[in-house]
Design a protein around this ligand. Structure first.
Ligand SMILES: [Cu+2]
Length: 119
């Protein structure tokens, strides 16, 4: 009986370690989005990113500044301040699942729009 208990305890330990490892590998990721494409287009690159809840999107000023990113109906994800300098960046962490459309205010008419899909 004692050996059965010991086996059971060992199995529990192994299970806990596996759970611990899983938590370790499920670390939040950061995905980068360029403002203005490398080719010199008024667009976000990539224009659609798919991430997991808890992941972060890092917006990096690239070309044809200034840019910003406004999420309609989601002030918490919006960055209204215009970025003028190349390399200027900011980060937004998405904690709720859904599809979030955004645009660059000064370049909305030129079609500078993007989408963040949070799974
Ligand atoms: Cu822009």
């Amino acid at each position: 009986m004692r050996s059965v208990l010991r086996t059971f305890a060992a199995a529990c330990c192994a299970l806990l370690m596996l759970i611990g490892l899983n938590v370790g590998t499920a670390q939040a990721a950061t995905v980068e989005v360029k403002l203005g494409t490398d080719a010199g287009m008024l667009a976000f690159e990539p224009s659609t990113v798919t991430i997991k809840s808890g992941d972060t999107v890092k917006f990096i000023n690239n070309k044809l500044a200034p840019h910003n990113a406004v999420f309609e109906g989601h002030d918490e994800y919006s960055h209204g301040d215009l970025a003028f300098n190349p390399g200027e960046s900011w980060e937004e962490t998405f904690t709720e699942a859904g599809t979030f459309d955004y645009y660059c205010e000064p370049h909305r008419g030129a079609g500078m729009v993007g989408k963040v899909v949070v799974e």
